[in-house]
Design a protein around this ligand. Sequence first.
Ligand SMILES: [Zn+2]
Length: 96
Amino acid sequence: MPDPRDDVTPSTCPGCGARLDAASGVGHDERPKPGDWSICFRCARPLVFIEGGALREATAAELAGVDAETADALREAQAAIRSYHLPGRGPISRNS
Ligand SMILES: [Zn+2]
């Protein structure tokens, strides 16, 4: 299994300010490449890898043009992240 920090240049999430310096594939072990989708582990914002391994916010056009399979995968990952961060369950819970 590859190191989750391989091929990832630390970035700041444009949605929540989280430091993003690692990535794990969903259903595979491949490392990210430019144009690949990602999701912020903290706020679930859709992001896109750019040249050099950094992340930027996905554009409205990219989100509108995403294929059905990728859209499903993004929604699933977002739901899992939001569920993980529910009060009392996740590491950024404000109730703990
Ligand atoms: Zn975020």
